[in-house]
Design a protein around this ligand. Structure first.
Ligand code: RNT
Ligand code: ZN
Length: 414
């Protein structure tokens, strides 16, 4: 292993790239790993069905059915993911015996998550849950024309921010609180402005409570359309980007939420000029917001490049958001998270300064040549060394543990 790394190190050094420095930087990057891959976004409220224009398809055996199982599975995933990260949770994952509705949630209902994270040195990010609920059956929450329903969801939004701020304070790591709502219409609406006016007013109310930014990072997540809500989305990109810019909050970019040829790798450098922080939901859309597991594909690499070469590792907050129910869910966590890390390592191992100079001097031929050359540089050897150095298996060995866990634990759940 060492000799392969040493060899790779020399090859990168030839282009002025320091692999040791790249590894050190990668060790400091926290990925926010979403808890909802573990149970197909069901949560712990006995809600049963997922709603809100999103869908987890497949029925691979062994999904987590309760907090104990989910946390146990997450531990298995963590043992195969190098580094220290964050866990991203949803309000619907509250852990309590109380029959508490979403508008009455309190920090104490998330204490087990905080304890879990503290024990493991993890951070936590939070999301209010505006779907899979009787009051969201028509997918109208913060923009609902019915004031009573709107108020219910406003109370939920406020409760969530209070919880997030508490989590951030408890852990000493700021908690990203992300508002995503499904609101929209299946068919052509008669009024596009009204629902947006109501959403704006609801958000104003939710954000009227001030918290220390040391503890909470507020953001809003737009979307182009949801399943069954194809004609109109209240929280569109323009809506939220303007809202966020005007109100000093962040605009979260989910790369499954744009038109298929619209890439968030290109949006990151634009937003970096106007926003302090950019939270991400990294996913893999296939023809729609299908939330397939993140692979080491071109767009993930491009996203990582925009973060790394613009020195934005402390400003772009990388979170994952996919849910595939057709494969082993722990493997899904591990593969997707490791791919995000691999993409970052790939970006860290590029001679970015040299490449920028080539672009600025108009030498696009040499730039192309160099870019192509780097596609076959020994990234894998540096990755393997990074994994071993951080106490996790590289290659495919880790997968044997997943197979064993599937036999011993997951298959016994059904
Ligand atoms: C839905 C949004 C949202 C959810 C999660 C579960 O399209 O991407 O972020 O996926 O909150
Ligand atoms: Zn998302």
């Amino acid at each position: 292993m060492m000799s392969r790394y040493e060899e790779a190190k020399k090859m990168f050094a030839k282009y002025g790239v320091d692999t040791d420095a790249a590894i050190k930087t990668l060790e400091g990057i926290k990925i926010s790993i979403h808890c909802w891959q573990g149970d197909d976004v069901i949560g712990f409220e006995n809600a049963g069905e997922l709603s809100g224009g999103i869908a987890a398809t497949g029925n691979y055996p062994g999904k987590a059915r309760n907090p104990e199982e989910l946390l146990k599975d997450f531990d298995v995933a963590l043992s195969m993911i190098p580094g220290k990260h964050k866990i991203n949770i949803h309000a619907s994952y509250r852990i309590t015996d109380e029959n508490v509705d979403r508008d009455a949630l309190e920090p104490k209902h998330f204490q087990p998550w905080i304890d879990y994270a503290k024990e493991r040195g993890l951070g936590i990010d939070f999301n209010p849950t505006f779907f899979s609920h009787p009051k969201a059956e028509d997918s109208l929450t913060l923009s609902n024309p019915d004031k009573e329903i709107r108020d219910f969801w406003i109370r939920h939004g406020k409760a969530s921010r209070k919880i997030a701020a508490y989590i951030g304070e408890q852990l000493g790591i700021p908690c990203v609180n992300n508002i995503w709502i499904p609101d929209g219409y299946k068919d052509i609406p008669a009024d596009r402005l009204g629902p947006r006016k109501r959403l704006k007013a609801s958000l104003d109310e939710i954000f009227s409570v001030k918290y220390d930014p040391k503890y909470i990072i507020d953001c809003v997540e737009s979307k182009v359309f949801g399943i069954g809500l194809e004609a109109y989305t209240v929280g569109s990109h323009e809506f939220y980007m303007s809202y966020a810019a005007k109100n000093g909050i962040c605009c979260l970019l989910d790369n499954g939420h744009y038109h298929p040829t619209e890439m968030i790798s290109d949006k990151i450098p634009s937003l970096l000029l106007f926003f302090d922080k950019i939270p991400l939901h990294v996913t893999r859309p296939m023809r729609w917001d299908s939330d397939h597991v993140v692979l080491l594909d071109d767009e993930i690499k491009e996203i990582a490049k925009e973060i790394v070469r613009n020195d934005a590792l402390d400003r772009v907050l990388i979170g994952l958001d996919y849910f595939d129910a057709s494969i082993n869910r722990i493997a899904a966590w591990v593969i997707g998270t490791r791919n995000m890390q691999k993409a970052l390592l790939h970006a860290l191992l590029l001679p970015s300064q040299k490449m920028k100079e080539l672009q600025d001097s108009g030498n696009m031929t040499e730039l192309m040549m160099l870019n192509e050359e780097f596609k076959t540089m020994p990234l894998g050897d540096v990755w393997a060394y990074f994994c071993e150095k951080n106490g996790v298996q590289s290659g495919t060995e880790w997968y044997e543990k997943i197979e064993k866990y599937e036999q011993d634990v997951l298959l016994k759940r059904n």
